[in-house]
Design a protein around this ligand. Sequence first.
Ligand SMILES: NC(=O)c1ccc[n+]([C@@H]2O[C@H](COP(=O)([O-])OP(=O)(O)OC[C@H]3O[C@@H](n4cnc5c(N)ncnc54)[C@H](O)[C@@H]3O)[C@@H](O)[C@H]2O)c1
Length: 355
Amino acid sequence: MKRVTVDLPGRPYDVVVGPGALGEVAALLADRRRCAVVSQAAVAPHAAAICGALTDTELFLIDDGENAKSLATVDDLCRRLAEWGLLRGDAVIALGGGVVGDIVGFAAAVYHRGVDVVQAPTSLLAMVDSAIGGKTGVNLPEGKNLVGAFHQPIGVLADIDTLTTLPEREYRAGLGEVAKYALMGDDALAAFLRERADGVLSRDTEVVTEVVARCAALKAEVVAADPEERSGLRATLNYGHTFAHALETTSDFALVHGEAVALGLVFAGELGRALERIDATEAAAHRDLVASLGLPVTVPTGARADALLAVMRRDKKASGGLTFVLRGPNGLEAVEDPPAPALEHAFRAVGVDVH
Ligand SMILES: NC(=O)c1ccc[n+]([C@@H]2O[C@H](COP(=O)([O-])OP(=O)(O)OC[C@H]3O[C@@H](n4cnc5c(N)ncnc54)[C@H](O)[C@@H]3O)[C@@H](O)[C@H]2O)c1
């Protein structure tokens, strides 16, 4: 079992990573009067490990998918919690992927003006990203994640055993975020992923525990330094994401988020190279790592540069231009409005139609 501390002043918490991590729930919550476990049907079998370790628990199921991330779900969940009699000193456990974590984290932030929440991520993406850092929220019809709150969990339990039931495409998508951490500049993680690619792809428990713990440590470090995204540091976690978001939108979500991030990383490497911020070897390392994890390095046919640029500009309406997080001699930095030839090079390198 590995333990990573998110060192927030006055309220540090641990991310416990490894097979059987859900068993640690007793150490966190044994003194609570009652605990609500919130999950989804596909994940619910893993709830037994939690319910068996605590005395008074109840399992609440919520719907699956991005559409469930709504105020209506939060309303319904809070009403069910109230009906069951959950009080301020009790606790809630979010058992699931990022959708469960975001909904339940937000419900916990507002129910009784805030009850303690334990994040128990069961998707690779949630383990390395969404369960850590206290960002919670739901969507509005007008846009994703428009309503939310910062509500730090009191602990994160990343039980690697739960990944055995995660569908393959979801697992691969999580690897897109893993690749992001490596390519943000953690050369040791990149080397580990290259050397142990077989173990990563076959979900070898020891290998995946190592990878998740390393990524969790990187996220924890950024969160501790910039808990509420005020300094701009947390924005560096968006490496590869400007292009990824545009690709998701223009492809009508034919690509899942992690696949789009993988392509965004290849794009960011090539853009950095065209701007002479990194050399050709480093740009190639982006492509090679993404490919070795079974993720796409060229976009689906039909992706057009003008459509992608329009979406990327809309994303950044406030600054009126294009902003990319890119690697360079001083590490990760925001780069505004790169010149057209550099953009064209990066588009072509991932198979985007430039004319
Ligand atoms: N709060 C943050 O900081 C943050 C960061 C990144 C992403 N997110 C959010 O996370 C969400 C995406 O999360 P996700 O990729 O985990 O998707 P998800 O929660 O929808 O999970 C993907 C699918 O896998 C299923 N699943 C999850 N774990 C499983 C398991 N162990 N066995 C079987 N099935 C399992 C789910 O039921 C779902 O059908 C998005 O809504 C995104 O906005 C939030």
